[in-house]
Ligand binder design. Sequence first.
Ligand code: SAH
Ligand code: SF4
Ligand code: F3S
Length: 443
Amino acid sequence: MSETPTNTKKLFIRTYGCQMNVYDSERMAEAMGGEGYEEVDSPDQADMILLNTCHIREKAAEKVYSELGRFKDLKAAKPDLKIGVAGCVAQAEGQEIMRRQPMVDLVVGPQTYHRLPDMVAKVEAGEKPVDTDFPLEDKFEKLKNRPTATRAPAAFLTVQEGCDKFCAFCVVPYTRGAEVSRPVDRILREARELVARGVKEITLLGQNVNAYHGEGPGGTWSLAKLIWALDEIDGLERIRFTTSHPNDMEDDLIEAHGTCKKLMPYLHLPVQSGSDKILKRMNRSHTAEQYLRLIERIRAARPDILISGDFIVGFPEETDADFEDTMSLIRAVGYGQAFSFKYSTRPGTPAAERPLVDEAVSSDRLQRLQALINDQAREVMESMVGREVGVLFEKPGRMPGQMVGKSDYLHAVHVTAEGIAPGDLRRVRITEAGPNSLAGELV
Ligand code: SAH
Ligand code: SF4
Ligand code: F3S
């Protein structure tokens, strides 16, 4: 007989934004698991709905309100359905969310979700709690988790949170707060727990992950030192980290890319623009040339590394010449992947005061930039054909007998073969490059 407790309640979480929100959503699900909530994948059956939100661009933030609008009927049909807003919009807008959407029962920022169970108790008592503190205690230590039974072979692990860089366009220093690094022993403990549950690959997360400076045996540890400690964990096969800032790429980290076998040949290193004038106005604190020299040093340590980036087009007062500088930088680097965005004005950031670039001009630039990046990404994918790469298999593909996994370079790879299970790490020879993925055969 199965022993499903009759008082099990259902929790639906929708996650927007970056990988850190994905990680946070898992932690919130685990925290609510301790309160008898079980995660479901549709809002229709839920007793509680949580939106874990992103404030990075206007569109991302506004999506929350249209999404909430869609829950109106559900709430009308089930008045004790609890609706919570978490994440960066919660942090930025707080009480304002309830003014715009009175059906919201609770608002919780990214630094206080360990208090979620108490907040839910308050909702049950008829209150509408809002908690956007930056508390002194470590939320990860306060969480009373009930680990979910199954785990994908690849997992995220937050090691650093917040940002002190204050790029002129960005809300993250306000929504996530000041830079904080978790202590080494807790990270290693969490990593070992993940590996014990079948995880083979860990991506270390931080808004500025390479600024990591956590307390460990003997003093303050760098990210490279932490990576070397993770390298010693038996059963952990792959290590990645994201997102890095160019100014925090220390020598020991560059060196690790050449010498640490478990550290994968992929680096997300956003530059945003190739114009020194714009970089300065963005408060990025480095030039295009410095970025290019850095890429050279990284490639000297690990020649086959795949470089990925982020770009903003149409930053206030970006001229055609500034944009062409960005295109030149992209040509000089040769990206394997990149994310690009039209500048979005964020209230309260310094750039919000500056004159905007015409919308049509920004759209045109974005299109041209994306076309160039797509060509480069395609070229990198085609260069994989004939090569042998490691693939960590994650799940069955759409075709019968097919499995899908990620290569060392983070490309999706399809293989049709007998006897591959999720979590297997196998050598694969790439035979074909499609538009979004590669195909290969077991070696
Ligand atoms: N910490 C990371 C990125 C955080 S946000 C870093 O420093 O690189 C992810 C990306 O969103 C940024 O790299 C930037 O390209 C984009 N972004 C941030 N604010 C933006 C804004 N106001 N408008 C458009 N894109 C933005
Ligand atoms: Fe935002 Fe800049 Fe900090 Fe990245 S480094 S999170 S872009 S302020
Ligand atoms: Fe968005 Fe917050 Fe991440 S604003 S990108 S969810 S840190």
